[in-house]
Design a binder for this molecule. Structure first.
Ligand SMILES: [Mg+2]
Length: 311
């Protein structure tokens, strides 16, 4: 199967000057520009945990496997350069009847995204095992001209900005989201950002991570609740829909939006210039006092649990 598969894959992937040996030799050669450093991230997704092959189209699964890596590159404001894709196909159970077809569908989902964001396929491995489908992707990114964006660097008084809306990702957004790579690059290039993270494990948890890394606390004064979070609250017949939707927005995870800390002048400029396509909203600020807090309206500040997905 492997020779035929690699032949098929080579046909799908045009040659790239940045990767002189992609898919031809025992290892890849990747040319990168500028900084002596390269950004590397990896994510492993498995059936039953990160997707459900019984109901999810393998193309959406393949797309997600790459998109979560691109979201991590976006979090560091790195420019995607290459990706390495390793797949363990199931020899029994769901997907085992036509493993080659399954592998091709996974690639059919991820290759267009790789093309769109410049994370070109440089190599990988495909194998079979007696277990569920597992996809592990490693992505490489160039450090942008302005340097890295990191979790540390936020300062008390910084405004907290988020892209998009939050919560209810399990209704489908977790498979189909657009990684905020373009937004991260444009905002980092043109405005002063102090810190950033992608919201993969839940707004509350990831905000507390950024705040802690920056030696600060964080207070929310508004949250952008997605339509999905409201739909989910409705499906659960929650007695207080607003409160349930807010819980989803704070703790669901897999939103894959960006959370950025920017000094007030830069945050105001971003909010008035609207330099990116997706909505950007101020949801709170970093404060000197440690911990996570909420203060909605003219009430006292109260502590907030850093809810989210704990691995
Ligand atoms: Mg991340």
């Amino acid at each position: 199967m492997e020779a035929e598969f690699i032949h098929w894959l080579r046909e799908c992937v045009p040659p790239r000057p940045s990767m002189p040996l992609a898919l031809t030799d025992d290892a890849a050669l990747v040319r990168w520009a500028g900084s002596p450093h390269i950004v590397v991230t990896t994510d492993l997704l498995s059936d039953g945990v990160d997707f459900r092959l019984a109901v999810d189209d393998p193309r959406r699964v393949g797309r997600k496997a790459l998109a979560v890596n691109l979201s991590d590159l976006a979090a560091m404001a790195a420019e995607p350069l290459a990706c390495f894709v390793s797949i363990a196909l199931p020899s029994t159970g769901i997907g085992a009847d036509q493993p080659l077809e399954l592998a091709k569908l996974i690639y059919a989902g991820l290759l267009p995204l790789a093309e769109e964001f410049g994370a070109f396929l440089a190599g990988g491995d495909t194998n079979t095992h007696d277990g569920p489908l597992v996809i592990s992707i490693t992505a490489l990114g160039n450090v942008s001209k302005r340097g890295l964006l990191m979790r540390k660097g936020g300062q008390p008084g910084d405004k907290l900005l988020v892209t998009g809306a939050l919560g209810g990702s399990s209704l489908g957004h977790h498979l189909d989201f657009t990684p905020r790579v373009r937004e991260a690059l444009v905002l980092h290039e043109n405005y002063e950002l102090h810190a950033g993270i992608d919201i993969s494990d839940g707004l509350a948890l990831d905000t507390s991570r950024l705040a802690e890394a920056s030696g600060c606390g964080a207070v929310f004064n508004s949250i952008v609740i997605s339509g999905n979070a409201l739909d989910l609250a409705q499906q659960e017949s929650a007695s207080d829909l607003g409160a349930a939707a807010l819980r989803h927005a704070l703790g669901d995870g897999e939103d894959f939006e960006l959370l950025l800390a920017a000094p007030p002048s830069a945050a105001d400029a971003i909010l008035s210039d609207r330099p990116v396509e997706c909505p950007v909203t101020c949801i709170g600020e970093l404060i000197a006092e440690p911990g996570l807090w909420k203060q909605f309206g003219n009430v006292a500040r109260t502590p907030l649990e850093p809810t989210g997905w704990q691995h």
